[in-house]
Design a protein around this ligand. Structure first.
Ligand code: NAD
Length: 495
């Protein structure tokens, strides 16, 4: 059985003897084992990261940028391999996996601009012969804890920026799909990254708790479910660390009666069922406004029935399995609950059977209509291919739904009315908003982050907020004295 270890100081190492199984979600078979690191593994990572930081922070931003450029080339050359590594352990289609690696690569591309991004501000003559300027300095050893659903992209929201800013970085990937992180670290080192600047430590809650309490770690970046995000935020803050903790979501897509219906349906199909709904920007609620409801539900249902659900190895697959048996059962329970609570089940994904893959964790596309805001399937994040359609009388009611929900990650509106769009983008209580686009994921040079229970902390990921998060601001005020050497007789030339 293949054993996945840690990547510390440029080496694959592991002292702990405890391992967890890693599954192929398409077959339900164990394909490898990942180390559950112990205290000694952790200490090794800390020592390496501390030493690496001292030298790395002295390297000029321009040289760091050149290494990042080479890393970007390495990712491009290994795109297929990285995507397959993601698909094998996660189960998503190869196209989805490739897309996610590319979104991560774009953050690396953004980080290559670090000499420009670290330029501070300067004010001349804040007083007589006094100037003032600001610089942004690295924090030290930074750490990241990431979820299973994007094993390449989400780590790349964090470590390229942190490292570009002059920090060293310890990554604790999801124990469900840990292989991609190690591959990325190897590619980064091949690009010239010194040993120890990026260390990967595998494990579960036990190792996360070490990260949250170790005094050598300056900052914690987290992406995962809301209860854990809240815990990470509180514990990190308690221990004096800078923290950004991104949580779960329940994203609403509002379809106005004047929307281009075909565009809205295409958007909902990809956003609700892509990656089996295991995306924090997935659309899990479609809000049908006015009289558009029936036509919308009929069209989504028609298309969803044709969706090809198959393992990633089948080139024609449009949707793979979910991550684990436990998660599959959780989704099936939510569907049972939806039925019990009175939602109208239009398409039932519970009984899907894929020949040859009977033990895989497949759930078919599922659609509920007439969902109301008091139902469990509306209130909670399901994180699977389950779409709830809610009917709203008018735009005001639709906006109220969006704003009343406890999550605030993403939302979108489909309409041809500019005034409504503008009102929606201004007044929705949500971090990332789209107009006539289904998944408004910001590009790497903007920042990614939700509001309310979807983000705990002050800074979103990447873009300007990422640079701010991974650096400390210093402001210098300097009076320029008369040089003793120039003597009392020296006079400054005047114009
Ligand atoms: P998770 O919260 O179970 O795990 C995330 C990470 O935290 C993993 O590395 C895991 O090992 C660790 N962890 C789990 N339980 C812990 C505990 N009790 N104490 C300390 N550490 C713990 O999340 P997941 O199931 O891997 O990922 C899915 C969740 O992530 C969904 O809720 C999804 O919405 C969210 N997500 C959010 C975003 C975003 O940008 N807001 C992006 C991707 C995923």
């Amino acid at each position: 059985m293949k054993k996945i270890q840690n990547f510390i100081n440029g080496q694959l190492v592991g002292l702990s003897e405890n391992y967890l199984p890693v599954y192929d979600p398409s077959t339900g078979e164990v394909i490898s084992e990942v180390i559950l690191s112990n205290n000694k593994d952790f200490e090794m990572a800390i020592k390496s990261s501390k030493n690496a930081f001292l030298k790395w922070s002295e390297i000029t931003p321009l040289k760091r940028s050149r290494i990042l450029s080479k890393f970007k080339e390495n990712i491009e050359k290994n795109l297929q391999l990285l995507a397959e590594t993601v698909s094998k352990e996660h189960g998503k289609t190869i196209e989805d996996a490739k897309g996610s690696v590319i979104r991560g690569l774009e953050v690396v591309e953004f980080a290559t601009g670090i000499p420009h991004l670290l330029k501070g501000e300067f004010s001349q003559n804040v007083g007589p012969s006094i100037d003032s300027w600001s610089i942004r300095q690295p924090l030290g050893v930074s750490a990241g804890i990431t979820p299973f659903n994007f094993p390449a992209m989400v780590p790349m929201w964090m470590f390229p920026i942190s490292i570009a800013c002059g920090n060293s970085f310890i990554l604790k990937p999801s124990e469900k799909d840990p292989s991609c992180a190690i591959k990325l670290a190897e590619l980064f080192m091949d690009a010239g990254l010194p040993e120890g600047v990026l260390n990967i430590i595998n494990g579960d809650k036990q190792i996360v708790d070490k990260i949250l309490t170790d005094e050598n770690i300056s900052s914690v970046s987290f992406v995962g479910s809301t209860p854990v995000a809240k815990y990470i935020y509180e514990e990190s803050a308690k221990n004096g660390k800078r923290v950004q903790a991104l949580g779960g979501a329940k994203n609403h897509l509002v379809v106005m009666p004047d929307a281009n219906l075909n565009q809205a349906v295409d958007g909902i199909m990809g956003a609700a069922f892509g990656s089996a709904g295991e995306r924090c920007m997935a659309v899990s609620v479609a809000v049908a406004v006015g009289d558009i409801g029936k036509a919308l539900v009929d069209k989504i249902n028609e298309k969803a029935q044709l969706l090809k659900v198959a393992p990633w190895t089948d080139q024609s697959s449009e949707m793979g399995p979910v991550i684990s048996r436990e998660h599959k059962n959780k989704i099936l329970n939510y569907i049972d609950t939806g039925e019990k609570e009175g939602a109208k089940l239009i398409l039932d994904g519970r009984k899907i059977n894929i020949q040859g893959y009977e033990n895989g964790y497949f759930v078919g596309p599922t659609i509920f209509d007439q969902v109301t805001s008091d139902m469990t399937i509306y209130k909670e994040e399901i994180f699977g291919p389950v779409l709830s359609v809610v009917r709203a009388k008018n735009y005001e009611d639709a906006l109220e739904l969006v704003n009343q929900h406890k999550f605030g990650n993403g939302t979108s509106i489909y309409t041809s009315d500019g005034e409504v769009s503008r009102h929606f983008t201004t007044n929705s209580n949500i971090g990332m908003v789209g107009v006539n686009v289904p998944i408004p994921v910001p590009m790497a040079f903007h920042s990614f982050g939700g509001w309310k229970q979807s983000l705990f902390g002050d800074c979103a990921m990447h873009g300007e907020e990422g640079i701010k998060f991974f650096t400390k601001l210093k402001t210098v005020t300097s009076r320029w004295p008369k040089s003793i050497k120039s003597g009392p007789e020296f006079k400054m030339p005047t114009n």
